[in-house]
Design a protein around this ligand. Structure first.
Ligand code: DUC
Ligand code: ZN
Ligand code: ZN
Length: 471
């Protein structure tokens, strides 16, 4: 029996994806070493009476300090982004090391490490973004990077500077199959978007609301179906990211019923925002909610809640893509209110992700176990971090969040810790909020107050191979 704990959390109501039990949690050297009643004394003790002890959240889709095209800059780097993450109950982030066309993938990874090192306060792994699958990338760089702990990569079916042709998508998926990596797909049809955008702008339609009309559900549905077909042809599991609503969900359910390994992710914006939030003919404030795919309508919101509950989605991420509103490098490029197709895509959400989903638990839309599965266990498994991350168990990192399930919080940007000048959820009240947050046994947030941990304490996590989930 271990004695002399660094930390003991007393009377914790521990909840994992499958269990709920009341006990003390003993922590030594950053790792959970005991789960039992009446543990011996710890050098430090936390009383968790009345709180829920959940595994730290894993935000498996967020963008931090990602290099941007000329003139644009993300508002959050690894310090402000992980600070906001931990204040919202997230203890591991997985942002993207993005390859520019013409750039070596390894150079992109090295550059991204320089951005994270000395800055992150939570642990982090990297996904790759493959935008230029040259023979060198496919045959040498990707297999070597996968072996070195970068076991997931995102590909785009849209955006001129990122998109791959159908042939290139097949080649990348084939590398994933041969090396057991997971391909994440941004599924929107590029030519449809370009055609619709031209029609809208030629008709003088430039307001942010037209962003949604340039990327209707059919655009996402078609690309989702095509990605599924490619996955079937190559015989490799894939994960469709940021699924926005009913149409794409139907495609994914259809594939899952056929026994295909099609995983899916959704995000808070598809539960809480609609296309109406992109505004009306006049005004530019709707730019705050411009993201892709765009938010849909209230019936799609219901479909997303239902698919979360039914296990169609495996992962719930923020897709935090931080551009400030009043910022010439953000939502007003060059200081201008620009036509919708030039507004940088993405909304902030790294700190509010978990509380927004937890509110669904508080209102009986989702079980607490499903919450843990979607926000911690499944991303840990799919992205090769389990069992170090994703659960509370002997031997796992002591990434533990003590939630106050009864606390009501009216979300206000002034109280958030990111570096963005707005939140799309301003004024929305949620039930349940993280009270204390520990990363590897170190208290980073106490009573909701950020304790200013040392920048750079976060460790890089070399990811293992994906552990595929039953669907
Ligand atoms: N895709 C993302 O994954 N994030 C932000 C914008 C986008 O198109
Ligand atoms: Zn995307
Ligand atoms: Zn994203």
């Amino acid at each position: 029996m271990t004695t002399g704990y660094d930390l003991v959390i007393r009377n914790a109501d521990v909840v994992t994806a499958s269990e709920r039990f009341n006990c003390d949690i003993g922590v030594k050297d950053g790792v959970v070493v005991a789960l039992a009643r009446e543990l011996g004394a710890g050098a430090r003790e936390i009383d968790a009476t009345g709180l829920l002890a959940l595994p730290g959240g894993i935000d498996a889709h967020c963008h931090l300090d990602q290099p941007m095209p000329e003139g644009l800059k993300m508002a959050d780097d690894f310090l402000s982004g992980t600070r906001a993450a931990v204040c919202g109950g997230t203890t591991t982030v997985i942002p993207f090391a993005a390859q520019e066309k013409g750039q070596s993938l390894k150079a992109a990874v090295a550059d991204y490490h320089r951005r994270a090192d000395g800055r992150a306060v939570t642990d982090y792994a990297f996904h790759l973004i493959v935008s230029d699958p040259t023979p060198e990338v496919l045959e040498r760089e990707l297999p070597e990077l996968i072996a070195a702990g970068y076991t997931s990569f995102k590909i785009y079916m849209t955006y001129d500077d990122l998109k791959l042709s159908d042939r290139e998508i097949l080649e990348v998926m084939d590398v994933a199959r041969r090396n057991q990596a997971l391909v994440m797909v941004h599924a929107e049809n590029s030519d449809c978007i370009a055609w619709l955008t031209d029609k809208l702008t030629e008709a003088g339609k430039h307001a942010p609301k037209y962003h949604a009309l340039s990327r209707p559900a059919a655009v996402e549905r078609e690309a989702t179906h095509r990605a599924i077909a490619f996955s079937e042809l190559v015989d490799v599991p894939i994960l469709i990211v940021h699924v926005s609503g009913q149409d794409a969900i139907e495609q994914i359910e259809w594939a899952q019923r056929r026994g295909l390994h099609i995983y899916a992710e959704t995000c808070p914006q598809y539960l809480y925002l609609t296309a109406e939030d992109l505004g009306h003919e006049d005004g530019y404030h709707g730019a705050k909610c411009v993201c892709s795919p765009p938010p849909r309508d209230s019936s799609s919101q219901k479909a997303v809640w239902s698919a979360l509950k039914r296990g169609i989605f495996s992962v719930f991420s923020s897709d935090h893509a931080p551009f400030s509103y009043d910022d010439p490098q953000g939502k007003k490029p060059g200081g201008e209110e620009v036509s919708f197709e030039h507004i940088p895509n993405g909304i902030p959400g790294i700190e509010t992700r978990l509380a927004l989903l937890f509110d669904g638990v508080s209102h009986g839309k989702l079980s607490l176990h499903k919450f843990v599965e979607l926000t911690s266990l499944n991303p840990a498994k799919l992205y090769g971090l389990y069992p170090r991350k994703g659960t509370i168990a002997v031997g796992s990192d002591a990434d533990i969040v003590l939630w106050d399930p009864l606390k009501q919080v009216a979300i206000a940007n002034d109280a958030l810790h990111h570096n963005v000048d707005y939140t799309p959820y301003e004024g929305r009240t949620v039930h349940g909020w993280p009270k204390h947050c520990l990363s590897r046994g170190e208290l980073l947030v106490e009573n909701g107050r950020y304790l200013e941990p040392e920048a750079g304490r976060g460790q890089f996590l070399a990811a293992g191979k994906p552990q595929y989930l039953d669907l």
